[in-house]
Structures are given as C-alpha cells and as structure tokens.
Design a protein around this ligand. Structure first.
Ligand code: ADP
Length: 482
C-alpha cells in the first residue's frame, strides 16, 4: 500500500503535543510493516534544515484559489527510515510558533492551512497513493478538496482532539478557495461560521479518534464540543483506535536524555535518575519522599487549574511535585503565584523535550487530572519509565489506566470526581501506595512491561485501510518493528 500521511506537526521537526508524536510514530510503523509511506508537513521557519539535511527538490506547486496565486516549494528528507516531504510558503511557514502565541492563534490560520490543504491535494493528484491519512483540523479541508478533484484514493481522517476544530468567519470560504455551496449546516457551516473539522468528518471515508472511550464520549454533549449531533450523523464511519508510543524514543534502557539507564529487570537506575533530577531542581534533601510530576500544556483540559487551586493542600502533603509546561501569560503568572506558597513544588516553564524525559524517569507518580483526554500519551510514556499514573478516568485515560491488581495492561490510580479535592484525594491514595514498597515495585514492573507500542496501533489502522479497499493487503510483509 502507498500511503500519504499529513499533519501540521511531526516530531522532532515541530511539536506542540501528542499529535507530533503520533505523526512521527505512525507513518514509521506503516513503513516498517511494509507499506511505502510519505509523511507531509509544513517547513516552518524554525526547523533547522541543516540539522535534518532537508534538501530542496527544486520544484514548486502553483496553487490558484481565492483570486490569488500561491507558489509552494517542495523540500524533502529521510529521517530514521521515514521519507518526509515538506511544503514551504512564507504565509504558512514564516512564524516563530506553530499556531500562535501561547494561549492564542494567528488570525490567518485559515489561509495558512488552506495553502497546506490545497498543496496536499495537488500532490495527491500527481502521486499514485492508495490511501490518504489526514490528521486534525489543519488538513481537514483536503478531504473536501480531494473529493472535489474526483480523487478516488480512500481518505481516513483522525481526530486527535475535538476541542480544536478550526472555526473561522464565513468569509474564510472565499479566500480559502472553498465554494459557497459548502456553507450549509450538513457540511461546513457552524453557528454562522465555518468549521474545517466538519469537512474532514463529512468527506472522509472513515473517521477515527484516538481511543475507544473518546470515540463514545464525543457523541455526547459533555465531550462533543458542539459537534456531537454532527458526529452522530456520521457515527457509522467513526471508530476509536488507541494511540501507542514509539519505544525507540521512549525507552529508559537507551534514552540518551537520562543520567542513568534502567529497565524492569534492572530498575536501580531509576533511583539515580530521581536523585539527579532532585539535585537539578535544588530539592536533593527530598529523596525519600515520593516525587510527582505534571507535564503538559497549561490549559483547562489538562486539569492544571485544579492543581493550582489545590496548591495549599498539596503544600501540606509529604511529597514533592514538579510541573513542566506553559500556557497563557496570565495563567502562568497565576500558577507561579500559587506555587510561591508551596516549598515542595517546583515549576519549570516552557517546552523541553529532554527535561521531560528526565522527569518521567525521575518520578514515582505522574499526575494527569485532565478534564477530558482524547487519548493522552503522557500516561503511556510514564508507565514505560516505571512511573505510576494518577488519572481522571476520562477518554483514553480510562482505556489505558486500570485499577492495581486488575491484570489489564496499564495499572495506576484512577479517580472519577471533579475539582481540586478529587486531585488531593488521589494524591493521598498514591501516598498510601508509596508506603507499601513491595506493592509499588510490583506495579512499577508490571507497567514497564505493558505493551502500548505503536506497532499494535498501526496494525489496527492498516486493517481499517484494507477494509476501505478490498484489493489492499492488511499487514504488508508482516515485518516486526522490534
Ligand atoms: P496533548 O493533548 O498536549 O497532545 P498528549 O498527552 O497526547 O497531550 O501528548 C503530550 C506530549 O507532549 C507528550 O510527549 C509529552 O511528554 C509532551 N509534552 C507536553 N508538554 C511538554 C513540555 N512542556 N515539555 C516537553 N514535552 C511536553
């Protein structure tokens, strides 16, 4: 099968969250399972072309839409056995950040990603691809444009987070080259505006989201972000496929970011990682206390506001908590102020891949009180590093974290309540577990050995692809990733 995979961010070139991890791991897994895959993304100005040996193909695509002409240049590289194609146009790419300043969005994101979608379809038309895999709202318009161009390549559209739908004023249609006939409730119209995610849902041959529970939740008003009715209309095309992680990137026995390596049979290195990290943040006298971490975007979705509200109670607990991430300027200020009263809490602002790995390795527990979570990768990464997840039982967190002793792959502490008190109660449950050395060690080892691999996930996608076209083999040459 020849697959074209498109996403707005792909690790390590550009990453704001789990989409980039998946957009790196999935195409690589398709490729390793025997399917020729090309991954496509914008060549943002901040990407170091020399570092990744990204070369110009000395070709461009001329796109004519909205009464204007756009010349999109093509670049390529091969990274860890994956072929990547990059699209460069100054409007799409010449920005300091991916989508906008922290907590905000660039006002012309509609045009930026329309350029991406038009260029993508132009490539689809000239290549002989068997399958187009589109991800999130950024390339959703490509589903509509491909069908309009009478492409018969089956399209799978994956929703990684329904909260970000690409909603723009109705005038966007014209400047983005989309016909006015699509401005109807059954298609792109959304409370007087246009909603690009609706184009993906409407036009794709199959829709997936990243966990079975989230696939059910998004059909309800509580989690449907006002698209639940629309999704119910298209529910026959919808299914949940649980994400996975790339064990070449997330592996404590070979991770170059760690001061000490370890695995489930030889876990001593984890204690050394904890000691080194506590020294790094000036908390070296707290080695005997459990270390909790929170890593993620500071948005309400991640439950960071509950942690902020619980700060005084957390300050009184016999634990250390390290937080990494950033959000809007005002929330960052608010959080910093809350942390000031808690001597046992350390706060790092920013996005730091290597630091996040050191934290996963150092911690005893990962705190993930998300209000909703399509899948969540942090808890799977944490388990690989022997760090017990504490999660709010929603979406993919429900599918990956089960009660200790259940014997189901992935065990940790789950809670159902809402708000800061529910977080504090979960922390107290974790403190009890921490006092029971034997139980804690057994749980750690169990989680480290669970299979949340991207290979399992990719095989499920490939079965779906094959079902869309009976002539396609489901599992390539059945090569193993390991
Ligand atoms: P999201 O909703 O943000 O996509 P996921 O749990 O799916 O959340 O994926 C988050 C990914 O981003 C994980 O690889 C996590 O380690 C990483 N990450 C999130 N915030 C940061 C940060 N501030 N620094 C480093 N890595 C981060």
């Amino acid at each position: 099968m020849k697959i074209l995979f498109a996403a707005a961010e792909i690790f390590p070139f550009a990453k704001s969250g789990g989409l980039a991890d998946m957009a790196y791991a999935l195409p690589r897994a398709y490729e390793q399972l025997g399917h020729k895959t090309t991954a496509l993304m914008p060549l943002y100005a901040f990407i170091d072309r020399d570092q990744y040996q990204i070369r110009s193909l000395h070709r461009s695509l001329t796109l004519n839409f909205g009464g204007k002409s756009y010349d999109v240049k093509l670049y390529a590289c091969r990274y860890r056995n994956l072929d990547l194609l990059f699209l460069y146009h100054p409007i799409l790419c010449d920005r300091p950040r991916l989508y906008g300043p922290p907590g905000g969005a660039y006002p012309d994101n509609d045009l930026r990603f329309a350029i991406f979608s038009h260029a993508l379809v132009s490539l689809l038309r000239e290549g002989s691809f068997d399958l187009l895999h589109l991800n999130d709202w950024h390339c959703a318009l490509a589903a509509l444009l491909a069908k309009e161009a009478r492409s018969d390549t089956p399209i799978v559209y994956t929703i990684h987070n329904l909260a970000y739908q690409g909603v723009f004023p109705a005038e966007s249609l014209e400047r983005c080259g989309i016909g006015r006939e699509h401005f109807r409730m059954e298609e792109l119209e959304f409370y007087g505006q246009v909603n690009w995610m609706k184009a993906g849902i409407y036009w794709a041959d199959a829709i997936t989201t990243v966990s079975p529970s989230y696939a059910r939740e998004i059909l309800t008003p509580e989690f449907g972000c006002a698209l639940e009715g629309f999704l119910r209309v298209h529910r026959k095309k919808l299914r949940g496929i649980l994400n996975g992680i790339d064990y070449e990137i997330f592996d404590p026995s070979s991770d170059p970011a760690l001061p000490s390596l370890y695995d489930s049979h030889n876990p001593r290195g984890k204690m050394q990682c904890k000691a080194a990290y506590l020294r790094e943040i000036g908390m070296n006298e707290r080695e005997n206390l459990p270390l909790f971490i929170f890593i993620g975007r500071f948005v309400e979705q991640k439950g960071i506001h509950w942690i902020a509200e619980a700060m005084e109670k957390i300050a009184a607990l016999p634990l250390s908590l390290a937080i990494l991430g950033d959000g809007s300027e005002s929330f960052d200020r608010h959080l910093a102020q809350r942390v000031r009263c808690a001597a046992n809490v350390h706060l790092s602002f920013g996005y730091d891949e290597s630091l996040s790995h050191r934290m996963y390795a150092a911690a005893d527990f990962l705190l993930m009180p998300s209000t909703f979570e399509a899948c969540g990768l942090n808890q799977m990464i944490a388990m690989r590093y022997g760090t017990i997840p504490i999660v709010h039982r929603v979406g993919g967190l429900r599918d990956t974290v089960h009660p200790p002793g259940s014997g189901v792959c992935g065990e940790g502490i789950g809670f159902d309540g809402h708000g800061p008190d529910a977080v504090v109660a979960a922390l107290q449950t974790a403190l009890e577990l921490y006092r029971d050395d034997a139980r804690l060690e057994a749980l750690r080892r169990f989680d480290m050995e669970c299979d949340f691999s991207i290979e399992r996930c990719a095989r499920e996608y490939l079965r779906l692809f094959a079902s869309l076209d009976r002539n396609l083999p489901a599992e390539g040459n059945k090569a193993s990733l390991r």
